[in-house]
Structure formats: C-alpha cells, structure tokens
Design a protein around this ligand. Structure first.
Ligand SMILES: Nc1ncnc2c1ncn2[C@@H]1O[C@H](COP(=O)(O)OP(=O)(O)O)[C@@H](O)[C@H]1O
Ligand SMILES: [Mg+2]
Length: 348
C-alpha cells in the first residue's frame, strides 16, 4: 500500500518543522528520507504513524485519508532508533505485543510470532529477555515486532544508528533481503547516512530545514543533482562558483567546457564535479593550483588543491608517486562529468 503526503505541514509552538511536504511512496517501494539532524525526517514519519497531527495537509495510505485516524488503526509497523523493547518481557511476548493489543486469537498469535522471529533470524531466542541479547539482536526483535502485525507500511527511523559499523552493514543486507521477501510492503526509511540511503532505497527524498529539496533514484541524485545541497549531501561534490559563457563556463582564469543548456550567458552558476571524476595531469578542462592537503584513504588518495581561491577535491586511485604539499598540481575532468547547477551559497 502506498503512502502519500499532501502538503503536510507540522509546527511546534508556531515553528514550522515540516513545511508543506508533498511526497508519494509507491506500493512496495523503499523510500529513504535523507537529511541532516533536525531537518524534519522523524516528524514526517510520525505524521504517517499518527503520533503527530499536521497543522495542515493530509496523509494517505493507499486511497484512504488517515489524517484523523489514531495510530493503532493505520496498519503500520514502526521501528525506532533505540529498539524500545519491553525489558521485563521475553522476546516472544515483545513480538506478540501488537497482536494482543489487536485481539488476534491466541493460536494465530503463536503462528505469527514464530514467523516474524524466523524472518529476522531470531527463532532460537524466543524465550530470552532483551538484556540477554546484543544490540543487533534487539533491533531484529524490534523489526520482528513490527512485522508481526503484517503491516502494509513499515516505518524505520534510523534503525541502525545504535549499532557499530560492522553490524550496520550486515543489518543493511538483512533489511534488503526482508524487503525482497515482503515485496508488497512500502517502506519509509529515515536516515542521515547517505550510504544506507544509496544502498537500500528505490528512491531518496532529500530533506533540509523542514523542506523537501529533491527526490529521485539514487542514480539520478548522484549523477544529475539539481541543487547544491543534494549534490553535497548525496555523495560529496566539488561545487565551483562559475560564470556562464557561450560554450562553457569560467572559473577565475580557467575556461571550462560544460553543458550550459538553459543557462544565460553571463549568469552565475555552480559547476558540480564529483571528486572521483577528477584526474591528475593534463586533460580536458584543466585546473591548475597548489596542493594544500593530501589524505590517504586506503583505496584512494584525497587531494585538496587550491585553484584561484577555490578548493578542489580529487579522489585518485593508484597514485604511485603522490605530489608534495605546496607543489603546483594540474587536475582535469571530462565536460560530460560536470553538472551545472543554479548559483547557491558558493557565491558571495
Ligand atoms: N515534540 C517536539 N516539540 C518541539 N520541537 C520538536 C519536537 N519534535 C521535534 N521538534 C523539532 O523539530 C525539528 C525537526 O525534528 P525531527 O523531525 O526530529 O528531525 P530529524 O528527525 O530530521 O532529526 C527539530 O528542530 C526538533 O527540535
Ligand atoms: Mg530523527
């Protein structure tokens, strides 16, 4: 069942923390809500669950307007950051909780609890208490509890953020598998972590300061971002303040070829180039400057080069003979690898 936000606005004490959100999650789709802390992600989720009332706008589940329905009548499973298991209840009772509240018959509860625990790999832990489980296992139980009610919609609020990095990547793979097993369940997945969003989501909705900035597939947002915030939040980017010319753009003294379709000659704009698409040495679209910093990152070196007062980042693989700090360095990138964006904060 799909989810639709229709101009949903939420305010606390007159402060708008979700500003006229329009967003549709298709049935069976995984939509990530990605944005920095405080951007309104949890608020959007809580509006779907029914824990916060919009000041205006409507929330739909499928064709049904649920804006005025209480949470337990929305058919939603929800998992939050801090597991929120009942510490005095065994795993099986935690998972059964929502079913008992819904007055599901006892035999049916037993079946569904077993099924949900099986799905999350926790079948052997039914009789344990939460304190006898690791963080990752507790989070699995929380997911099992959400799945036990057989929700049409699953809301996940930073479900992996309390886990360490290694567990996190394992759980990401598990969530992807769960979604394959439950292809009809729509998932709204809140995270501030771009890797989680890029890995798991069919589409990503980028939130910034209570507003939706952009929405698209991970590939679209990465390859063709439409604004500076999205470009830098999804994947990291060089955002170069340029002036549009007839066949390209100008950055300080440098003439760069770029697709300027739709931009007026003389206008100010921002050229977005991904660091891994910047090469070292001569090539098309040359930028020459001074190496101010170099970081070894295992698979790559990250170079920071000051070009006319602008810092350009390049991620280079197989850099056998790295330049030294203060050296003059020439970088290049292909015209096709640059995206022209409306001028933003990079301009003063
Ligand atoms: N119950 C509340 N009362 C007052 N302000 C709140 C409440 N919940 C959230 N906020 C504020 O709303 C803004 C958005 O919060 P939230 O949706 O939790 O952001 P995110 O999940 O993106 O970090 C923040 O500035 C937060 O302080
Ligand atoms: Mg949050």
């Amino acid at each position: 069942m799909g989810i639709r936000f229709d101009a949903v606005t939420v305010a606390y004490d007159g402060n708008v923390v979700l500003d006229a959100l329009d967003l549709t999650v298709a049935p069976g789709e995984v939509m990530a809500l990605l944005g920095p802390s405080g951007s309104g992600k949890t608020t959007a989720l809580r509006a779907v669950a029914g824990f916060v009332r919009p000041a205006s706008g409507r929330v739909f589940l499928g064709d049904r307007d649920v804006t005025d329905l209480p949470p337990h009548r929305r058919g939603i499973g929800m998992v939050v950051q801090q597991y929120a298991l009942f510490p005095h209840m065994r795993v099986e009772d935690n998972v059964a909780f929502g079913l008992k509240a819904r007055k599901v018959p006892r035999a049916e509860i037993r079946t569904r609890v077993a099924e949900a625990l099986e799905m999350t790999g926790m079948g052997a832990y039914a009789r344990r208490h939460p304190r006898e489980l690791s963080g990752g296992q507790q989070q699995r139980v929380a997911i099992a509890r959400a799945l036990a009610i057989r929700p049409d919609v699953l809301l996940l609020d930073e479900p992996l953020s309390a886990l360490d990095a290694q567990l996190r990547s394992g759980m990401l793979a598990e969530l992807a598998r769960l979604h394959r097993e439950l292809p009809d369940v729509s998932i709204l997945y809140v995270t501030h972590d771009q890797v989680e969003a890029l890995t798991l989501a069919d589409r990503i909705a980028v939130m910034d300061k209570a507003k939706l900035r952009a929405c698209g597939t991970p590939r679209e947002l990465y390859r063709a971002p439409t604004d500076e915030f999205t470009a830098s939040f999804v994947g990291g980017a060089n955002l170069l303040p340029v002036t549009v010319g007839a066949t390209g753009v100008r950055l300080g003294e440098a003439e760069l070829k770029a697709d300027t379709a739709g931009a007026a000659v003389g206008a100010r704009a921002t050229l977005c180039v991904r660091p891994h698409l910047v090469g070292l040495g001569e090539g098309p679209n040359r930028l020459t400057g001074t190496l101010s910093e170099i970081q070894w990152r295992g698979a790559t070196h990250r170079l920071y080069v000051e070009v006319d007062g602008h810092r350009v980042m390049a991620d280079l693989r197989e850099l056998r003979d790295p330049p030294g700090l203060g050296d003059e360095v020439t970088l290049h990138f292909a015209p096709d690898d640059a995206v022209l964006l409306p001028a933003g904060v990079g301009h003063d």
